[in-house]
Design a protein around this ligand. Sequence first.
Ligand SMILES: [Mn+2]
Length: 455
Amino acid sequence: MRLLHTSDWHLGKRLDLFSRIEEQRQVLDEISELAELHKVDAVLVSGDLFDSFNPSTEAQELFYAALKRMSGNGSRPVIAIAGNHDSADAIQAPVPLARLHGIVLIGYITSSLPEITTDSGVTISFPAPGAVRIERDGLSTLNVLASPYANERRIQDILKERGEQVKSPARPVTDSELIAGLSNLWDSTAAAAFRSEDVNVMAAHLYAIDKTRGQGEDQDQDWNQGQGQEQDPGQGQEQLQLELEEPTGAVESLAEPEDEKPILYKGGLPPVPVTAFPALSQYVALGHLHKGHFVCPKPVPVAYCGSPLAYSRSESEQQKYVYLIDLEPGAEALVKQLPLQSGLPVLRPVCESTDEAVQWLAEHQEAYVELTLQLDNYLSSEERRRIFAAHDRILSIIPEIRGAEMHEEAKVVDVSQSIDTLFAEYYAAEHQGSAPPKELTELFREVLSAAKDEK
Ligand SMILES: [Mn+2]
């Protein structure tokens, strides 16, 4: 059996002011083509389907069109779970129509639906709340433990309902109690749904860590206080090998994506150690982190496939993937990373003059650009105009003024300078070294003279 793992589509997401909807359309088409080309039996989408709780109409249209194509009109089941950017209710709203097409949309950890057989002969059932079973002739049965994003409160409510109240009235619940409760919930779902003669996998939206690879973190560490210690953005520079035939030791721990809603906060969801996942699971398909990587490669791969497009400046050097997973009952999973071609990269050049920047921009039109300019003087509005005229997708310009460090160290303002110079210095300090626009300087003078007149 062959699965395709994708996640973090963030449909409707913008990069600053730039719409990404056309790139999203292209990359979802590419993913459907890969599913067809590689004869994938089922698709797992591990959350953050949309970028917001109230996605635009065009984002919703794209979502439904992409799911319909990906599902091969019901012959290739698609199981999609909600992430922390998604509204669980909104994700589940089209369920009655979606399930007819073999598309399973899961908003809650305990979601469950009646059995259905699609026109293509695929039977989809829920042997337990939160567990999907896919059956079809000539193929092993697939069980998917689906764990959409749930925050602390939602998990506590579920545990309370099950009579496993973790919160004692005397004190707040600790991170490890919460994770233990969630792990017990998964274990009982897996006990009801996973069978050794089937293929068993898990799909979840969370922040996973492998404690055996860390520096011996304290089990009871309060994440709020310890935040940052387990994350090492410095390791994010390593690139995984393309077309990895089998998971190797390429393991990283990464920060949560920049510009994204975090889940590692008090009341969110603390990091989940890989030991918390149910034992019979043969692959854990994760969503949340935007860089494709293995949290743990063996014996059970626990993997983030990452987002299909670069969604932030921090993703500028990342190749994007979907993962193909070959699975047989009781056997180790074989994971292959398929690089994606669609979408524009985010580039972060450093130039030493406006001329050099304009030249570079002319040669790199098909990208989003965060330009760092190392200059001797503040950028004039004329230079700024030249740069913006040279490229349509400039995210920002970061002027680095040579010798500016000395200014900052001194932190002494020479008040004997003209009021115009003082204003320009103040403006530059507040606006990363830019010169104030002419109109603003004129307005400033006007206000100043008006104030003088009043005296
Ligand atoms: Mn997320």
